[in-house]
Ligand binder design. Structure first.
Ligand SMILES: Nc1ncnc2c1ncn2[C@@H]1O[C@H](COP(=O)(O)OP(=O)(O)OP(=O)(O)O)[C@@H](O)[C@H]1O
Ligand SMILES: [Mg+2]
Length: 252
C-alpha cells in the first residue's frame, strides 16, 4: 500500500450515539491525516470519551461510519481493531500490577508479534525482547525495567501504559487525558514524550489542559454537548469567541 502525507488514517462520518435521553455524541465527523497530532477538547460530559469508544469499537454508534486506514471498521470489536494497528491508552487499567515493567511491555510486544513469522522460535523470542527494550528506552523506563508495576509513581504508571500501547507498534494511538492527575513537571515530561512518539505514530488525544493542547496539537476539534462546536488550528481555537465562551462559562 502506498502512503503519502495526505492519507487519512482515521475518517469518522456522522457518528451518533444516545444513552436513554442523553445525546452523548451528535453527528460528529472527524478526519485524522497520517502523522498528525489531533486533539479533542470540550467541557465535562461533552462526549469526548464516548466519541473515542465509538472509534475503538467499545460502543456501537446509533448511526455513522468509522474508517481506519481506508477500511470500514464500524461496529468491529476492539480486539479486532487493535490487531489492525489502532491502540488506545486510557488509564492504568491495562497494566498488570504484580508484574515488572519489562514483563508488562513484553506481553504487549508478544501479543502484537503474531504478525511476524520466524523459522525458529528463538528468533521470535529475541525479536520480542528487542522490541521490548527499544520501547522501554524510548519511553524512558529502561532503568526501571525490573520494578514491579504497582511500585511505580503515578506518572511512571501512565508512562508504562503508553509503553504498552507503543509495544504493539500501532498506526494510530488514542490517548484519553494522558496528563490527568499529573504534577506540572510530570505533565511537561509527558507532553515531551507524546511529541516524540508523534514522530512516527499518528496521535488522537483528549486533553483538558488548554496550554498543553495549544502547544502540541496540529488540529483541534472542540466538542460541546455532543456536537462539534469548532475545529481548527491552535491559533484559530484560541481566538474563537464561542470556544472562549464555553471554556469561561463551562463546567471547568
Ligand atoms: N454508558 C453510558 N450510559 C449512560 N450515559 C452515558 C454513558 N457514557 C456516557 N454517558 C453520558 O454521555 C455524556 C457524554 O459523556 P462522556 O463521558 O463521553 O463525556 P466526556 O467529554 O468524556 O467527559 P469528561 O470530560 O468528564 O471525561 C454524559 O452526559 C454522560 O453522562
Ligand atoms: Mg471523558
Amino acid at each position: 500500500m502506498s502512503r503519502s502525507a495526505g492519507d487519512l488514517v482515521l475518517e469518522a462520518q456522522g457518528l451518533d450515539r444516545s444513552f436513554g435521553g442523553i445525546h452523548a455524541v451528535d453527528d460528529v465527523s472527524l478526519e485524522v491525516p497520517e502523522g498528525s497530532l489531533h486533539a479533542i477538547i470540550g467541557p465535562n460530559g461533552s462526549g469526548k470519551t464516548t466519541l473515542f469508544n465509538l472509534i475503538t469499537g467499545h460502543t456501537r454508534p446509533t448511526s455513522g461510519r468509522v474508517r481506519f486506514a481506508g477500511e470500514d471498521i464500524t461496529g468491529m470489536p476492539y480486539s479486532k481493531v487493535a490487531r489492525k494497528g489502532l491502540a488506545k491508552s486510557y488509564q492504568i487499567t491495562t497494566v498488570f500490577p504484580l508484574l515488572t515493567v519489562f514483563e508488562n511491555v513484553r506481553i504487549a510486544a508478544q501479543a502484537a508479534g503474531h504478525a511476524y513469522v520466524f523459522w525458529r522460535p528463538a528468533d521470535g523470542i529475541r525479536a520480542v525482547t528487542r522490541r521490548t527494550e527499544e520501547v522501554l528506552e524510548r519511553i524512558g523506563l529502561a532503568a526501571d525495567r525490573d520494578v514491579v508495576a504497582s511500585n511505580l509513581s503515578h506518572g511512571d504508571q501512565r508512562r508504562l501504559d503508553l509503553a504498552i500501547a507503543l509495544a504493539t507498534s500501532p498506526r494510530l494511538l488514542l490517548l484519553d487525558e494522558p496528563t490527568a492527575g499529573m504534577s506540572p513537571p510530570e505533565t511537561a515530561a509527558t507532553v515531551e514524550l507524546v511529541q516524540e512518539l508523534n514522530r512516527d505514530v499518528t496521535i488522537l488525544m483528549i486533553e483538558h489542559k488548554m496550554d498543553v493542547i495549544l502547544t502540541i496539537a496540529d488540529r483541534i476539534t472542540v466538542l460541546h454537548q455532543g456536537r462539534k462546536l469548532f475545529e481548527g488550528t491552535p491559533d484559530e481555537v484560541r481566538d474563537h469567541p464561542e470556544v472562549k465562551e464555553v471554556y469561561l462559562t463551562g463546567s471547568r
